[in-house]
Design a protein around this ligand. Structure first.
Ligand code: GUN
Length: 292
């Protein structure tokens, strides 16, 4: 079994981006500027946004964080989005999800200028990704593709099973894994909460991508001997022994499953750390106008 080490790979990618930014700025290019909108006080969202902002500082980007109370109206939030659309100094921005229930995430995502949509959530970026056209790829799919690529994992002709059909992970991942490119060319099965015989389907997976948000759901009975297992789950579980009061759990029971795999991502220290790299990569592309 080999560990797909998100800590090491993400550090490597950040170092590459930092060097790229230095060269770009030395040649007179504009310093990349990422903005983030955070609505409400959700603990996990605050942690994610703070680490995105911290990463910007580490690699030489400018960053701006706009915080709003959870009772902001949809109209006010759309005005904030529009002000970032119009701000020429901001190259790319994100609206951290989830949003409060009275706000339509789809409406907000569609309001973001697709040329600044470094999360890759706008329908134009999703549609272009489906067609294999240059587009901003969303953070988690980016992170998974990078891990597969950097470990040189053979994907052509393999059976890839994705558990979860979310707009952010499961759906784009299934599209990317079947495309005619590396890492892709898989035969893909996308499964979800209504799937019959989930265990039997997973047992036939050469590559199993798990993104359903149920801590330690995947046990060895779901895994074919020698499979590649990618765990996208990040759930906070109460744990009195931790200073924070919680532990982070993946969707895979790592201890039991790992000995049966060829490659596996740990949680924490796996896919989660890679996602920020996707966002930073997209922001640099936005600054350089590489896609649009
Ligand atoms: N919430 C969970 N993942 C993400 C992400 O990649 N981007 C944003 N904006 N919100 C998220």
């Amino acid at each position: 079994m080999q560990l797909l080490d998100g800590k090491a790979i993400s550090a490597q990618i950040k170092a590459e981006i930092k060097q790229d930014v230095e060269q770009w700025v030395a040649k007179g290019g504009k310093k990349p500027h990422l903005a983030a909108i955070l609505v409400g006080m959700d603990g996990a969202s605050q942690t994610y946004v703070n680490s995105k902002i911290r990463s910007c500082e580490e690699i030489g980007f400018t960053s701006t964080l706009l915080k709003f109370d959870a009772d902001i109206s949809e109209k006010e939030l759309l005005e904030a989005v529009e002000s970032l659309n119009q701000n020429d100094d901001v190259d790319g921005f994100i609206v951290q999800l989830p949003l409060p229930k009275h706000i339509s995430e789809n409406t907000v995502m569609e309001a973001v200028d697709f040329k600044k949509d470094v999360d890759g959530f706008h329908p134009i970026n999703v549609g272009r990704m489906c067609k294999g056209l240059p587009a901003y790829l969303s953070a988690t799919p980016f992170g998974i593709l990078e891990m597969l690529t950097r470990a040189n994992i053979d994907t052509a002709g393999k059976h890839c099973v994705v558990i979860g059909r979310s707009q952010i992970v499961g759906l784009p991942m299934s599209i990317l894994m079947q495309r005619n490119d590396y890492p892709g060319n898989c035969t893909v099965t996308i499964t979800h909460s209504k799937t019959h015989n989930l265990k039997e389907i997973c047992q036939t997976a050469d590559i199993l991508i798990v993104a359903l948000g149920r801590p330690e759901f995947v046990t060895p009975e779901y895994v074919k001997e020698g499979a590649v297992v990618i765990d996208v789950g990040i759930t906070r579980v109460a744990d009195a022994s931790k200073k924070s009061g919680f532990a982070i759990k993946g969707d895979v029971n790592f201890e039991l499953v790992a000995p049966h795999t060829s490659y596996i991502t740990p949680v924490p220290g796996g896919v989660g750390l890679m996602t920020i790299c996707g966002l930073l990569t997209n922001t640099l592309k936005a600054t350089k106008k590489e896609i649009y």
